[in-house]
Design a protein around this ligand. Structure first.
Ligand code: MN
Length: 206
């Protein structure tokens, strides 16, 4: 029942020119793989946890034995966050969401461009490493950010309410964008798979 690295749903170069193939290969094959490997190593030390889903583990970190709690938080969070990240990106993507999600985005933020500015600001403003999120929240939408590999599930949030997340760790962009996180984020908006995000929205609103 060990956790496994999910295959990328597209080729390593599919997100070019916004995200380069070298970054994708290292990010998925090395960084994400390391989170999976280290999560499994931690769980091996507490076999009573092996029956739990990752969602349950992240929602109940306080009950995880202290000796492995940080390892489960960091590597379990890393596995969850990256599994979402690959899914909500895609080739020939970007633009603005349509349908009910697009309408709610406009209602909530005033305009798509305001949403984009606010999510970008959340990513740029996250000091050090972390993530910025678009969340469903009881029929509305909100933006937040987390440090390291934390995510809203650890604060009691529903997994389904996390509609999309953007990785602002340097490993996500440094080869192509160096220190220019804002430029990476500008490009990243062209990779959002709004079809997939819309599916998550449908699930979240029930
Ligand atoms: Mn990453």
């Amino acid at each position: 029942m060990a956790f496994t690295l999910p295959a990328l749903p597209y080729a390593l170069d599919a997100l070019e020119p916004h995200i380069d193939a070298t970054t994708m290969g290292i990010h998925h094959g090395k960084h994400h793989q390391a989170y999976v490997t280290n999560l499994n190593a931690a769980i091996e030390k507490a076999p009573e946890l092996a029956a739990h889903s990752l969602d349950v583990l992240l929602a109940s970190l306080s009950t995880v034995p202290e000796a492995i709690r940080s390892a489960v938080r960091n590597n379990g969070g890393g596995h969850w966050n990256h599994s979402l990240f690959w899914e909500i990106m895609g080739p020939n993507a970007g633009g603005e969401p349509t349908g009910e999600l697009g309408a709610l985005l406009t209602t909530t933020f005033g305009a798509y461009s305001t949403f984009r500015d606010q999510l970008k600001a959340a990513g740029v403003g996250r000091f050090g490493s972390g993530w910025a999120w678009l969340l469903h929240d009881a029929g509305t939408l909100k933006i937040s950010s987390s440090p390291n590999q934390d995510n809203p599930i650890m604060d009691g949030g529903r997994p389904a309410d996390i509609l999309l997340g953007v990785d602002v760790w340097e490993h996500a962009y440094y080869l192509k964008y160096q220190n220019k996180r804002p430029d990476y984020l500008d490009a990243w908006f062209n990779t959002i798979n709004w079809g997939k995000v819309g599916e998550r929205f449908e699930e979240a609103k029930g």
